[in-house]
Ligand binder design. Structure first.
Ligand SMILES: *Cc1c(COP(=O)(O)O)cnc(C)c1O
Length: 241
């Protein structure tokens, strides 16, 4: 029995390693196709719902950047995996009563969508840590229900965030509605890239476009993504809550 268990765990580890190889190959192929340097496209493994053991498997296969969506789930995994020397990004919805664990445990936060959250993160970021690297989450699809700042308010928010002492504004992030058509995927990412270019023209120093997931990373890379956030294509389908 023990042998069977070990061997099935071994199989999972091999499949995570294979999946990572194929995701890296997709990134490299898309980079080649759209004239990008693959070294300019980081891969974040979105590890929500997956155990510390599965994350350690991915780490053993060379993956170093991981993203978590919920502090209650992410912080214990970060503690458990501390010896692995991984880089942790917070990519989930940010609530003002949950900013402290984000400020204390993560290197990055991608989902800044209002000043109050940014101010709290800056105030709560310890001097013992490097400044928190942040992205503004932009609502490029325009539905009232979606989180993220409307594009029209991004420049004003960016100027205020840049002034906060313990944050470094790195770029923009979006989570578009799922879309199967490549050209429509691309059009959504183009809206984020155009806003990124517009903010840079206004003097905001940005280097990160956090866009693209398992089903649309090629379209995101075509439009200039510098960081794709991939869960399913690395770890497999998540169980529905
Ligand atoms: C879960 C998640 C991802 C990864 O999604 P997949 O479709 O599983 O690749 C990326 N970004 C965010 C913000 C997520 O919550």
């Amino acid at each position: 029995m023990l042998y069977l268990k070990t061997s099935s765990l071994h199989r999972i580890m091999i499949s995570i390693s294979r999946n990572l190889q194929s995701v890296r190959a997709r990134i490299a192929d898309a980079a080649r196709k759209y004239g990008r340097d693959p070294a300019g496209i980081a891969l974040l493994a979105a590890s929500k719902t997956w155990s510390a053991e599965r994350i350690a498997d991915a780490a053993r296969a060379g993956q170093k950047i991981f993203g978590e969506n919920y502090v209650g789930e992410g912080v214990p995994k970060i503690a458990q995996l501390a010896p692995e020397g991984l880089e942790w990004h917070f990519i989930g919805p940010l609530q003002s009563n949950k900013t402290r664990p984000v400020a204390e445990n993560f290197a990055w936060a991608h989902s800044i969508d209002r000043l109050k959250i940014a101010e709290r993160l800056s105030a709560q970021r310890s001097e013992a840590l490097a400044p928190l690297q942040v992205c503004l989450q932009i609502n490029t699809s325009g539905e009232a229900s979606k989180s993220g700042v409307p594009p029209s308010e991004a420049l004003a928010l960016a100027r205020l965030v840049v002034a906060l002492p313990r944050l470094v504004l790195r770029g923009l992030m979006s989570i578009p509605e799922p879309e199967d058509d490549f050209l429509r995927q691309r059009a959504g990412f183009a809206r984020l890239r155009e806003l990124f270019d517009a903010l840079k023209k206004e003097g905001i120093d940005l280097d990160t476009l956090s866009m693209g997931m398992s089903h649309d990373l090629e379209a995101a890379i075509a439009e200039g993504s510098t960081l794709v956030r991939v869960g399913t294509a690395i770890f497999g389908e998540r169980e529905k809550k």
